[in-house]
Design a protein around this ligand. Structure first.
Ligand SMILES: Cc1cc2nc3c(=O)[nH]c(=O)nc-3n(C[C@H](O)[C@H](O)[C@H](O)COP(=O)(O)OP(=O)(O)OC[C@H]3O[C@@H](n4cnc5c(N)ncnc54)[C@H](O)[C@@H]3O)c2cc1C
Ligand code: SF4
Length: 509
């Protein structure tokens, strides 16, 4: 009889998780499974699959080396497609007293595991996820006291409770937020000598996985040649050190800037390692805070970086678990277009989208402003169905796990939640992209133009979007100005925009 069967999922690779405290290698068994559905329920990028499988295999090996008994279901060596099947088969073949699991990052997986345990009549002990800084129940209690869950106030509440970036009861430096200092563009010469991030050559385990993924998922999007993500805790710590030493200093200044063929700029590239839990957010935050106190990085960079993790990351997780599964049905703007096919191939003549999508295909990575203001913005203006946009983001980025991807896509980027997260849709014309990047310099379109053969599709669609939603946005303090602007346009111009939209829909739809 197995006393406890401890399920460890691919994004639960932290040795300090609550589950380990109550386990005993002499009586308990670790259960890990590679299941095809995890890579196919949305057609996962090949690098995303390699990352998860390689990190899981490294973790399982380390546990075996520590004398744990690990039941590991390797892809291709078992007949099961999903968790419910694989766990049901294990529970049918082995007597188990209790199944233990840390709350997973995906509602779907939780439902499957619950169903398998219920069917086998084995109790499931769900443990809190102590990886996160918010205490269990803290977000729900905070949410219950608010009409609108504004991220900034959640972030301040967590800073006050944890003392992170605080000077007694006051925020360090006197301000809570240095966002206004964090919006620089590179100027027309572009970024100069950006430090190249440390890379990790695939070892034997990773090479085996790469080969298997290339064969099993040959038709999936993404390239494998450049795989260099950290797959062990040691590598993840090295990636963090590299960022703190070489890129954090300028992270704040250029947080929102974009440049062609510059995938990484001054970003940290630690999201995937954190989401697999190879890194703990507390240690990432502590490393940045220490760099500030040692004079190695300015406050605007350190506060801006910490806000992403302590603020946004914890906030979207709270929202995910507060509103699932309702999130999946929301479509506040009644967006009904299909996502254009070029999202999966990068085959477009729009320079910004070609670069941002091409980079995702090559590396499974895009930084925040590319995700929000290039790929996300175009999908929003195109009025793509939120469900399809969600599936694309969940499939294409190596760091995609549903609890973090879904609120960012459906809430922040697509406004499908009708304003739960953001006070207005993040819309802009091609002129925003022109201001923040070097993309438009070499594009066949002109960001200022909404009509004509050089009209930037973003700009055309921007005015089409305002036209369609003018009744909703008329009373909004900021978008109302744009409605007035549209109303002042001559009818002829408005008709031309509609014709240009129809042309675009025909060309790209
Ligand atoms: C449409 C859209 C989809 C996204 N999908 C994902 C996703 O699937 N997985 C994911 O981890 N992040 C997602 N993000 C958030 C963010 O874009 C990525 O975390 C970030 O780009 C990862 O790169 P980095 O590690 O270099 O981040 P940095 O720019 O260096 O930021 C530091 C860290 O802050 C955290 N962070 C930053 N912004 C956010 C945010 N909005 N929400 C939560 N955490 C944040 C991440 O952990 C990140 O590693 C998405 C954002 C948008 C707009
Ligand atoms: S002109 Fe428009 S399509 Fe071309 S790069 Fe600029 S924003 Fe993108």
């Amino acid at each position: 009889m197995i006393r406890k069967l401890a399920i460890i999922l691919g994004d639960q690779l932290n040795e300090d998780a609550s589950i380990w405290q109550g386990l005993d290698p002499a009586q308990d068994v670790i259960w890990m499974a590679e299941l095809i559905e995890e890579s196919t329920h949305v057609p996962s990028h090949k690098q995303r699959i390699v990352l998860f499988l390689s990190a899981m295999r490294h973790f399982a090996q380390a546990k075996r080396d520590q004398a744990w008994s690990v039941d590991y279901q390797t892809l291709g060596e078992h007949p099961f497609s999903h968790f419910e099947q694989a766990l049901s088969a294990f529970l049918a073949a082995h007597p188990v007293q209790t199944v233990e699991l840390v709350v997973p990052g995906d509602f779907r997986v939780l439902q499957q595991i619950k169903t398998a345990c219920r069917a086998a009549n084995v109790p499931l002990n769900l443990l809190p996820d102590t990886h996160f800084i918010a205490e269990p129940g803290e977000f729900k209690a905070w949410l219950a006291e608010r009409k609108k869950p504004t991220m900034e106030y959640w972030y301040r509440a967590l800073r006050q409770r944890t003392g992170i970036l605080m000077d007694g009861k006051k925020p360090l430096g006197g301000k809570w937020n240095y966002d206004a200092d964090n919006r620089q563009a590179f100027g027309k010469d572009g970024p100069q000598s950006v430090p190249v991030p440390v890379r990790f050559e695939p070892d034997e385990i990773t090479q085996t996985v790469i080969k298997q993924v290339a064969e099993t998922f040959a038709k999936h999007p993404g390239e494998l040649e450049n795989f260099d993500w950290p797959v062990t805790r040691q590598q993840a710590l090295q990636a963090l050190d590299d960022f703190i030493a070489h890129r954090l200093e300028k992270f704040g200044d250029y947080q929102d800037a974009m440049w062609p063929n510059q995938a990484w700029l001054y970003h940290s590239l630690v999201s995937a390692a954190m989401n697999l839990k190879l890194l703990n957010p507390r240690e990432v935050i502590a490393a940045a805070e220490q760099a500030y106190h040692q004079g190695r990085a300015p406050l605007n960079a350190v506060e801006g970086f910490i806000r992403q993790i302590l603020g946004w990351r914890e906030y979207v997780r709270g929202l995910y678990w507060s509103y699932m599964p309702d999130w999946l049905d929301w479509n506040a703007l009644d967006a009904q277009q299909n996502l254009p096919a070029f999202y999966w191939t990068g085959d477009t003549d729009m320079a910004c989208l070609k670069d941002a999508i091409g980079q995702v295909i090559q590396h499974g990575y895009g930084h925040h402003i590319q995700r929000l203001m290039v790929t996300g913005l175009f999908a929003l203006l195109w009025q793509a169905k939120p469900e399809q946009v969600h599936q694309w983001y969940l499939a294409m980025y190596v760091d995609a796990v549903e609890w973090v991807e879904l609120p960012n896509v459906l809430g922040m980027s697509q406004f499908a939640d009708g304003g739960l997260m953001a006070s207005k849709p993040y819309i802009a014309s091609g002129q925003y992209i022109n201001k923040m990047s070097g993309y438009c310099q070499n594009c066949r379109y002109k960001p200022k133009e909404a009509t004509g053969h050089q009209a930037c599709p973003f700009t055309t669609l921007y005015w089409g979007f305002i036209e369609r939603h003018q009744d909703v946005f008329r009373g909004h303090p900021r978008l109302g100005m744009q409605v007035k602007h549209l109303e002042r346009m001559p009818d002829e111009k408005r008709n031309q925009i509609q014709k240009q939209m129809a042309h675009l829909r025909q060309k790209l739809g």
